[in-house]
Design a protein around this ligand. Structure first.
Ligand code: PRP
Length: 177
């Protein structure tokens, strides 16, 4: 990361780890006796997804979907594109969508509508971050890591123009120019 100012720490790695353990315990309890299909929404959720599923004590199938709405901007374009679809049918399965962040909620609304049409037995949402003040539609997030204000965050899977996804913490970009 030579030549770049590192983002200021908003949520440190230790806090993320602890919260993920709590979420995984809750999910394990809620789905006891069942098999679970977890969907990783690329790109942003790949790190959260990998950490979360390793703490869930259930039989799990992993699926991957790609959606994109932001391009290189810091505000949602409002237009959601599917860039990758999953390979297995969801019919009759217990499904959790795993996201890094729900901001306007438009991506999640698109995903829920798309996945409900595939007739899963149940469909829930887990997002590491949620921005309640930025929501532009009605989406209910069943498992929330942390609630944020309107700040633009990066790290732990989240990018700014493709950068910072590998940071182990969630941070705020300062002195960008
Ligand atoms: C981010 C994030 C969510 C979405 C949330 O993805 O991963 O999918 O935006 O924003 P919304 O609630 O306003 O719709 P992005 O489109 O930046 O793609 P990426 O995950 O590939 O970085």
């Amino acid at each position: 990361m030579t030549g770049l100012t590192l983002p200021r720490v908003l949520i440190p790695e230790s806090k993320i780890k602890q919260r993920i353990q709590d979420l995984a315990t809750e999910i394990t309890f809620d789905y006891r006796g069942k098999e679970l299909t977890v969907i990783c929404v690329l790109k942003g959720s790949f790190i959260f997804f990998a950490d979360l599923i390793r703490q869930i004590d259930l039989p799990i199938s992993c699926e991957f979907m790609g959606v994109s709405s932001y391009g290189n901007k810091t505000a949602s374009s409002g237009e959601v594109k599917m860039t990758l679809d999953m390979t297995e049918p969801l019919n009759g399965k217990h499904v959790i969508i795993v996201e890094d962040i729900v901001d306007t909620g438009l991506t999640m609304q698109y995903l829920v509508n798309n996945l409900k049409a595939r007739k899963p037995a149940s469909l829930k949402i887990c997002s590491m971050l949620v921005k309640p003040e930025s929501l532009k539609c009605d989406v209910e997030i069943d498992y929330v890591g942390f609630k944020l204000g309107k700040e633009f965050v990066v790290g732990y899977g989240l990018d700014h123009a493709g950068r910072f996804r590998q940071l182990p913490y969630i941070g705020i970009v300062e002195n960008e120019h």
